[in-house]
Ligand binder design. Structure first.
Ligand code: PMT
Length: 413
């Protein structure tokens, strides 16, 4: 019962994923949450208000002009009642309305009337999710502090494959449990990194095979971006060097977008002297094509042989500087995870490494959750599975303790 006494106002907008909301309501109730549900007119085309009433135990609110609903709990009262307003699914249309402050139905009116945190779980076709208007809208909402849960990637109702699936109900519940857990314990220290500059690399790199093709990996950038946001919240001046990802640049963070490992190295080295701490979360391609053809490679009979050369190792280059910043590397491995991570800690001469088991599709690459084992010369700490946001806070707290020890030792010498 990890959501006991939490008042969750659920706003359902009209997308196919609305059919999952009775399950979401059931799972939230099972955690002890008090539920009130509001629906848009189009949501009613996808899920029955009666089914939601049965699972939530309360009358469903749909219209500002519904006398019965207003008599039971008026919309302003409902807005005040909520500890959190979760919009799931949040369609592209509803996201656009929330961005622009429209209030032409009960759901959008409540979003303006509530002072509770708002979380959206976007759900739409992958092309609509990738549309610049949607990206800009989500960015604006994030900048206003609206929380975003997902979307997930996978096969869609329309047959397309890509980002835009609503996060599964159990993962939305997990997100809310972690959100309230974090709020309750306030384990985020907003002053921990005041006066410190932290640079973070995130996402994959892309290495060209010819002018139209490239190789890359499954990094989504979520872990690195979560660290960047947490570092900012904890008072640091943050510089984010990001490979190509489908995420909005975080607010108030200097963000440089790059494509290749060489560009990432150049961007890092350009600003590394001003950094106190360097966190290498990016999944950098180890190899690049030795000679990139200037024209598209044409299809031929037989085997295509490509010749690769090593990319520069960014993290190793930073750690080898004459006066390097504190270095935290990541080691994404599928087997012998800790042993390989330990090897990297020593070979690259790092202060700290986060061993990341990426053998499960639920954690690590391209998922919303992760688990890490953080290794230093003298310590090993497990950070169990959590949202990447929560994990980022714990990782930075741990980093701060090691960083302070090293600084104090330097001073006492
Ligand atoms: O982006 P997400 O989908 O959220 O997934 C997060 C993640 C799984 C990518 C992340 O948590 C992670 O583990 N990142 C490191 C991935 C990796 O490629 O590790 P590696 O073992 O290949 O590299 C070891 C370290 O050296 C890493 O810190 C890497 O950033 C760095 N490196 C590697 C090669 C290179 N040429 N330059 C580097 O700086």
């Amino acid at each position: 019962m990890q959501l006991e006494q939490k008042n969750v106002l659920l706003g359902i907008s009209g997308g196919i994923a609305a059919y999952k909301t009775p399950d979401l309501v059931r799972k939230l109730s099972a955690q002890g949450a008090n539920l009130r549900v509001v629906m848009t007119d189009s949501a009613k085309e996808f899920v029955s208000p009666l089914a939601l009433q049965a699972v939530s135990g309360n009358k469903i609110s749909n219209s500002l002009l519904d006398e019965d609903a207003e008599a039971a709990m008026g919309h302003i009262e409902l807005a005040r009642w909520a500890d959190i307003f979760v919009v799931a699914p949040a369609t592209a249309n509803t996201i656009a309305k929330l961005t622009h402050g429209l209030a032409d139905d009960l759901l959008t009116t409540l979003a303006l009337a509530t002072s509770a945190p708002i979380a959206i779980a976007p759900a739409m076709n992958q092309q609509m999710w990738a549309a610049p208007a949607t990206t800009e809208n989500c960015l604006k909402l994030q900048q206003r502090g609206v929380l975003q849960i997902g979307p997930a990637s996978g096969e869609q109702a329309c047959g397309d494959i890509g980002y835009g699936r609503m996060t599964e109900p159990e993962d939305i519940v997990t997100y809310l449990v972690e959100f309230f857990g974090r709020t309750a314990s306030s384990n985020i220290d907003n002053n921990l990194f005041v006066g410190k500059s932290i640079m973070i690399t995130a996402g994959p790199t892309q290495e060209a095979l010819d002018p139209v093709r490239y190789i890359t990996n499954h990094s989504s950038g979520k872990m690195g971006y979560a660290i960047a946001k947490a570092a900012k919240e904890m008072g640091a001046k943050v510089t984010l060097i990001s490979g190509p990802v489908n995420l909005a640049s975080p607010a108030q963070i200097e963000c440089k977008q790059v494509t290749t490992a060489q560009q990432m190295l150049d961007a890092v080295m350009d600003k590394i002297e001003q950094q106190d701490i360097f966190i290498a979360c990016a999944a950098v391609a180890d190899f690049r094509l030795a000679d990139i053809p200037t024209h598209k490679v044409k299809k031929k009979e037989g085997v295509l042989t490509l010749s690769f050369e090593q990319n520069p190792d960014i993290l190793k280059s930073v750690a080898a500087l004459q006066s390097p910043p504190f270095t935290l590397g990541f080691a994404a491995e599928t087997n012998n995870v800790e042993a390989y991570a330990q090897g990297k800690l020593e070979r690259k001469k790092l202060n700290m490494i986060a061993a990341n088991d990426v053998s499960s599709s639920e954690l690590g690459f391209n998922s919303d959750r992760n688990a890490l084992t953080v290794i230093t010369k003298s310590n090993k700490t497990s950070l169990p599975a959590a949202s990447k946001e929560a994990l980022a806070v714990d990782l930075l707290t741990l980093l701060h303790s090691e960083y302070s020890t090293i600084q104090n030792n330097k001073k006492s010498k």
